[in-house]
Design a protein around this ligand. Structure first.
Ligand SMILES: C[S@@+](CC[C@H](N)C(=O)[O-])C[C@H]1O[C@@H](n2cnc3c(N)ncnc32)[C@H](O)[C@@H]1O
Length: 355
C-alpha cells in the first residue's frame, strides 16, 4: 500500500490492483475530422491489446534485453535519437525549441509553482523517457512540447503539416468530449475543466480554445513542466479563459469534491502503473460534478518495433495494455462509458458521473 499526500492535506491509500484483460469490440466506426470535413474510418476492434504485450515470449525477451544495462543504454539512446530525428524530419524544430526554453526566464516560475512538501509516487522517481531524472528535470520540460508535436506527426504521417495532424488528433479528441458532454451531462455548463497530467500545458491550451468560457486548471507532478506551462501561457496570445497550474498528484489532488465539469487525462496512463490508473479514475469521479464528463485519451496500439523502443523508456506499457480501462472507469462509479478511436493510433474514452 502506498501513502498519498498532497499539499492540500488529504491522504489516502492506493492498493495494488489485479490487472484484467481488456474487452474488445468489433464494430466499425466513422470519425469526422474537424476543420476540413474529411472523413476517416477507424475500426473499434483495434482496441485489443497488442499481442506482444504481457507474458508473451516477445514481451519477455524485450524485458530481459532491457534488464541488461549496456543494452538498455543503447536502446534508450536509440529511442531518443528516433524521437529527435523523426521530429526534425517532419519540421518539428526540436533542438531550437529546446534551446529557446533553456535560455529563457522559465526558471523564475519554479518557486511559485513547486509544492516542496509533495511526496512523489514511487513509480514517478524512476528514469523515464531516456531522462535519468524522469520528468523531474529542465531538459525533459524543455523538450516536452517538441515531443508532443512529434507524437502527433507520427500518428498522422500523411498530414501535410503539424496543424493538419493536430486537427485530427486533438480535434477529434475535443469533438469527442463535446459530443459526449452534450449527450449525457443533462445540460451541465462547462465552467471548470481539470487537465490531469497537463505536462507543459499543450492539452490545457487546446481545451481552453475549444471551451472559451471555461476556467482551466492544469495539474501535474513535474514542477519543471508546470513552470514551462505557466511561462508559455504568459507568452501566448490573449485567451478569455483563466488558468491555474497545480503541482500535485492526480491520484489525490486535495481539490474540492464536485468542483469540475470536465476532467481530462490525455497521454498520461501509458506512463502509469495500473494502481495509479485506478486511483486517477476514482479521484476524477470525486472531483466531477454530477453530469460531469471524464475523458481519457491515449495509445490504442503500437507496432512491435515501436513497442520495443518505447518499452525501454516507458516502464509501464505492459500494465497499460493489460488493464481493462472501461471496467476500471465503471468500477470507479462512471456510467455511459464509451471508447472510440479518434485517430489511427489513439483511443478516447468518455464517461459520465451519474446525476
Ligand atoms: C505525456 S505527458 C501528458 C501530455 C499532455 N496531457 C498532452 O496531452 O499533451 C504525461 C504527464 O503525466 C504526468 N503525470 C504522470 N503521473 C501523474 C500523476 N499521478 N499525477 C499528475 N500528473 C502525472 C507527467 O508528469 C507528464 O507530465
Amino acid at each position: 500500500m502506498a501513502l498519498c499526500v498532497s499539499k492540500y492535506g488529504n491522504y489516502h491509500h492506493s492498493h495494488r490492483t489485479p490487472v484484467t484483460q481488456p474487452t474488445t469490440r468489433k464494430s466499425a466506426m466513422t470519425v469526422r475530422m474537424s476543420g476540413g470535413g474529411r472523413l476517416a474510418s477507424y475500426e473499434e476492434g483495434k482496441l485489443e491489446r497488442p499481442n506482444w504485450t504481457g507474458q508473451t515470449p516477445l514481451s519477455r525477451l524485450v524485458g530481459a534485453l532491457i534488464s541488461f544495462k549496456p543494452l538498455y543504454s543503447v536502446l534508450k539512446l536509440g529511442a531518443r535519437q528516433v524521437l529527435i530525428s523523426t521530429a526534425e524530419k517532419t519540421n518539428v524544430p526540436w533542438r531550437e525549441m529546446t534551446k529557446e526554453i533553456l535560455e529563457s526566464d522559465v526558471y523564475k516560475e519554479l518557486e511559485s509553482i513547486q509544492n516542496t512538501s509533495l511526496i512523489y509516487p514511487d513509480y514517478y522517481l524512476n528514469p523515464f523517457h531516456a531522462y535519468d531524472e524522469g520528468n523531474l528535470s529542465w531538459l525533459a520540460a524543455a523538450e516536452a512540447e517538441a515531443a508532443t508535436m512529434s507524437m502527433v506527426r507520427r500518428a498522422i504521417p500523411d498530414a501535410s503539416s503539424l496543424e493538419e495532424a493536430n486537427e485530427i488528433v486533438r480535434g477529434n479528441w475535443l469533438n469527442a468530449i463535446e459530443q459526449h458532454h452534450q449527450q449525457y451531462s443533462g445540460n451541465l455548463k462547462i465552467r471548470d475543466i481539470l487537465d490531469i497530467g497537463c505536462s507543459v500545458g499543450v492539452s490545457t491550451r487546446f481545451l481552453a480554445d475549444k471551451f472559451p468560457s471555461a476556467k482551466l486548471t492544469g495539474l501535474d507532478l513535474s514542477p519543471y513542466f508546470l513552470a514551462v506551462a505557466k511561462y508559455k501561457e504568459k507568452g501566448s496570445p490573449y485567451r478569455s479563459n483563466s488558468f491555474q497550474w497545480i503541482h500535485a498528484n492526480g491520484e489525490c489532488t486535495g481539490l474540492d469534491s464536485q468542483s469540475f465539469d470536465i476532467v481530462s487525462i490525455s497521454y498520461v496512463l501509458h506512463e502509469c502503473p495500473a494502481r495509479a490508473t485506478v486511483n486517477l479514475a476514482k479521484e476524477s469521479f470525486r472531483l466531477l460534478r454530477p453530469g460531469g464528463t471524464l475523458v481519457i485519451t491515449d495509445n490504442s496500439e503500437l507496432s512491435p518495433v515501436l513497442f520495443t523502443l518505447m518499452k525501454s523508456t516507458e516502464p509501464f506499457l505492459d500494465e497499460y495494455y493489460l488493464l481493462d480501462l472501461e471496467k476500471t472507469v465503471k468500477d470507479a462509479g462512471f456510467v455511459n462509458v464509451h471508447t472510440i478511436l479518434t485517430d489511427p493510433r489513439h483511443r478516447t474514452l468518455t464517461a459520465t458521473v451519474p446525476y
